[in-house]
Design a protein around this ligand. Structure first.
Ligand code: ATP
Ligand code: MG
Length: 338
């Protein structure tokens, strides 16, 4: 059950920048092609959980929609277990489950039980399998406590659990999750994460998920693919991401001084009382050098080095600094991708 994505793109015709004169906007030239997904390639192997990450508007949901067959690619190919999603949607829907955290796929007015029955019918799920699945969902998602409630009356967490159950009734081998924990409280998030881990471990379900939640990434993702402005800027495991992107470290120094602090080859990023946060590039300098330079001028009382947190690394990747570089430079300087 392999997912192969080859030079995939999605273009939209969008209106040109509104600052242009109205006569231009009214003419055909007022439109331009926006490359929302721009020539991306990646594979996902059976049983993997891959985090598909990127800032708002990067093209994540658009990619997921193409993978599920909802959207037709402008260029390139997708093969999911040999099936081209948009060309064979019926066959494809049997092998995949989909959860969009932003909106429920269940029938709004109907009790959860009715939605499940409809899906059983649509997917031709056997009575035995239906019962088996309902038992499982009852155990691990506690679906029983709201099975007769109309979907519109469910809490966000209950709705998400119902959506997960619905997407797995037909026992798909692949699960696409677009922000599956959005808006949930800490406990509900934890529950969903555990559920994803369980179905991945026990049923070997392959999972691709988009998320803005670092907790999801740390708990779930064997591998991350990061996309920015439609292009893949990283594809690899978390440890590797730390070492590739985490070239910036922070040194927290306790300094007794009235004067502003200056450090060579490093940047002061925060000052709080006598504590100074100094960010440095570990390819350029190191804590020993910084401290020995500081003690020449200031009275240094204490210092610690902060290990790069995944959250900080992702912030750094998302903050867009790299976008001023050309693609080739990006690869050489920062990421060494693929
Ligand atoms: N039908 C459309 N027509 C024109 N532009 C579109 C269309 N659908 C999406 N876009 C644009 O494509 C870009 C990518 O959207 P997409 O929803 O894939 O982003 P995303 O990575 O999922 O972001 P988020 O993290 O906010 O969910 C956005 O700039 C969006 O405005
Ligand atoms: Mg999205």
């Amino acid at each position: 059950m392999k997912i192969e994505v080859n030079q995939l793109s999605k273009h939209y015709q969008v209106q040109r920048n509104k600052k242009e004169p109205l006569w231009k906007l009214l003419s055909r030239r007022g439109y331009e092609t926006k490359r929302v997904v721009d020539n991306i390639s990646f594979n996902v192997e059976e049983g993997e959980i891959v985090g598909y990450l990127g800032p708002n508007g990067a093209g994540k949901s658009t990619t997921i929609k193409m993978l599920t067959g909802i959207l037709v690619p402008s260029e390139g190919e997708i093969l999911v277990n040999g099936i081209v999603p948009h060309k064979n949607r019926k066959e494809h829907s049997k092998q995949i489950g989909v959860v969009f955290g932003q909106r429920s796929q269940l029938w709004w007015e109907l009790p959860v039980a009715d939605s499940f029955n409809l899906l059983k019918h649509m997917y031709k799920v056997s009575d035995i399998q239906f019962k088996k699945k309902l038992d499982l969902f009852h155990d691990v998602l506690d679906i029983g406590s709201f099975i007769n409630t109309p979907v519109r009356n469910l809490s966000l967490g209950q709705k998400m659990r119902a959506d997960f159950a619905a997407s797995l009734l037909h026992d798909p081998q692949i699960l696409f999750l677009d922000e599956p924990t959005i808006g949930l409280d800490v406990v509900a998030k934890e529950r969903i994460r555990e559920f994803i881990q369980t179905i991945n471990r026990e049923n070997k379900v392959t999972v691709i998920l988009t998320t803005h939640d670092v907790g999801d990434i740390e708990a779930l993702c064997h591998r991350t693919i990061i996309i920015d402005k439609g292009k893949i800027i990283y594809n690899g495991d978390l440890d590797n991401m730390k070492s590739q992107f985490g070239k910036y470290r922070t040194l927290i120094v306790d300094i007794k001084t009235e004067k502003p602090v200056y450090v060579e080859n490093a940047t002061i990023v925060k000052v709080e009382g006598s504590k100074v946060w100094i960010q440095f590039n570990r390819n350029v300098t190191n804590p020993t050098q910084i401290i020995s330079s500081l003690i020449k001028t200031y009275e240094v009382e204490d210092f610690t080095v902060e290990e790069p947190q995944i959250e900080n690394i992702i912030k750094h990747i998302y903050d867009g600094k790299h976008s001023t570089l050309s693609n080739n430079e990006r690869v050489d300087l920062d990421y060494g991708i693929n």
